[in-house]
Design a protein around this ligand. Structure first.
Ligand code: PLP
Length: 432
């Protein structure tokens, strides 16, 4: 992380034929309120889709559609091949050892719920503990709370520093003989903090405790190597990495996936069924009950092909440069408060702006322009940002605020868009 470079011109394709990367995303050419070109800065919520993803899915529905793993007929076999090719693409993307370790889910949320439910069922009992952190998305809190209600487990929470980094000194002290799993986000969807995941995993493994990594905000922005991280589970969503909605991934080390029970029952996840006894299918099918979203899997293949053809390191360098540029430019605005660390910062910037005319800058954020007002007015200026608690209410409590304005970048965003954003915020500020 922390790569500084001179405005790498990523949205302008190099050596890949005509056009720009922005032209691959038709929606970016759209005018909002029939007046302004769209500046889309809500990529942490979901990214826009390149033409190749939508085209491949349309083509599959028109020309290749059939259910997977079920038919001996041509179309079904072809659909199955496409689906399994997608699994192989995800394996390559994460550098997993085997496709047996790649489970398709509906997204990060379902992947985390799967682990909480199935790992929790097999290995956690009353009084056992899961370590999470203060900067988790609700999906990595509530999934464990459901288990808490069911089995009486406890959540232990790693606090953060005022700069928005994990207190690793406290983390080490949270382990006890009751600790059964650590479940931490790779990158905060609010603060942009990039957590030192290798270190987090190393410490957990010293205590013989497995680690689930919430990769919703890391997989789209830099290369993830699950073998290098040595994490036990890794979750991400297709729609946050230029793929379709409705598909996500759970990577799990084979040794763990083998030992935990299935998530849902139904077709495909079984070997033999009788009223007396049912045996389950081999990995990863044991976790894929029912008809999967195989067309979305094809879309995900195309999305991963797309980012891999550009190169994750190129994407990381470009977005890092853009994020640092945004932090610099936003900091020039009077009354600007940016949350999160400066250095280990991914493509997310959360902020609030102090109201002009009120002399004292208060630490309780009482006299800041409300995030909703800022977001609504920016929208009228053609800029899509996210406002609110970003599904991280406990983090908002820690920061002593109700919400922030959040901008989040993708590979198609530009410095010009950041300049437009800065000018628009200044304009909104002057309205107050
Ligand atoms: N974890 C983090 C850090 C996120 O940012 C999000 C979504 O914003 C999720 C989990 C949930 O992802 P999904 O809604 O795609 O399941």
């Amino acid at each position: 992380m922390g790569i500084e470079s001179e405005n790498i011109p990523l949205p302008f394709r190099q050596g890949q034929g005509e056009g720009t990367i922005r032209e691959d995303f038709p929606i970016l050419g759209k005018n909002i309120y029939k007046k302004y070109p769209l500046v889309y800065l809500d990529n942490a919520a979901t990214t826009q889709k390149p033409r190749c993803v939508v085209d491949a899915m349309t083509d599959e529905y028109y020309n290749e559609n059939a259910n997977v793993h079920r038919g001996v007929h041509f179309l079904s076999q072809q659909a199955t091949d496409l689906y399994e090719a997608s699994r192989e693409k995800v394996r390559e993307f994460l550098n997993a050892r085997s496709t047996r370790e790649i489970v398709f889910t509906r997204g990060t949320t379902e992947s985390i719920n799967l682990v909480a439910s199935c790992y929790g069922e097999a290995f956690m009992h009353e009084g056992d503990e899961v370590i999470v952190s203060e900067m988790e998305h609700h999906s990595n809190i509530v999934s464990w709370q459901l288990l808490q209600a069911r089995k009486g487990i406890r959540l232990r929470v790693i606090p953060i520093t005022d700069e928005g980094e994990l207190r690793l000194d406290v983390y080490e002290k949270l382990f006890s003989e009751k600790t059964r799993i650590v479940s931490i986000t790779h990158v905060s969807n609010v603060l942009g903090t990039v957590n030192p995941m290798k270190e987090i995993v190393r410490i957990a493994h010293e205590h013989n405790v497995p680690v689930l990594v919430d990769g919703a905000q890391s997989a789209p922005h830099f290369a993830v190597d699950v073998q290098d991280l040595d994490c036990d589970f890794f979750a991400f969503s297709g729609h946050k990495i230029y793929g379709p909605t409705g598909i996500g991934v759970l990577y799990g080390k084979e040794a763990w996936l083998d030992r935990i029970p299935p998530y849902m029952g139904g077709g495909e996840m079984i070997q033999n069924v009788s009223f007396e006894k049912t045996t389950f299918n081999e990995l990863p099918y044991k976790f894929e009950a029912g008809t999967p979203d195989y067309v979305a899997a094809t879309g995900l293949t195309k999305a991963l092909d797309y980012v891999l053809s550009i190169g994750m390191d190129t994407i990381e360098a470009y977005e890092q440069d853009l994020t640092q540029y945004a932090i610099r430019r936003l900091s020039e605005i009077e009354g600007m408060h940016i949350f999160g660390p400066r250095e280990t910062h991914d493509a997310v910037v959360s902020f609030l702006v102090h109201q002009p005319g009120i002399p004292e800058k208060d630490t309780a954020f009482k006299h800041y322009i409300h995030h909703l007002d800022m977001g609504t007015l920016l929208d009228r200026l053609g800029i899509a940002v996210r406002t609110g608690h970003h599904c991280a209410e406990p983090l908002m409590h820690r920061l002593g605020i109700e919400g922030t304005v959040r901008v989040s970048f993708a590979l198609y965003n530009t410095r010009e868009e950041v300049d437009t954003l800065v000018a628009a915020i200044d304009r909104v500020r002057k309205m107050f």
